[in-house]
Design a protein around this ligand. Structure first.
Ligand code: FES
Length: 66
């Protein structure tokens, strides 16, 4: 069965939620993605590997924008 991992654990925002927001367009950078989805607005570890030095998150917002 297809699993939809949570990207932002704090706010329980899934990978499909993030990809859908990106597909809708108008997301030029990670700040815009955070504004639109609220992902990354709590502990901030899901934003990028730099924000997550212990590697606690599997997926980061910056990876999804590449
Ligand atoms: S995991 Fe996204 S803000 Fe904490």
């Amino acid at each position: 069965m297809y699993e939809d991992p949570e990207v932002c654990i704090c706010l329980r925002i899934s990978l499909s939620d993030i990809l859908q927001a990106i597909e809708q367009g108008g997301i030029e950078d990670v700040e815009a993605l955070i504004r639109k989805t609220k992902a990354g607005s709590v502990c901030k570890m899901c934003i990028s590997p730099e924000n997550d030095p212990c590697g606690e998150r599997d997926i980061h917002l910056t990876d999804l924008l590449k």
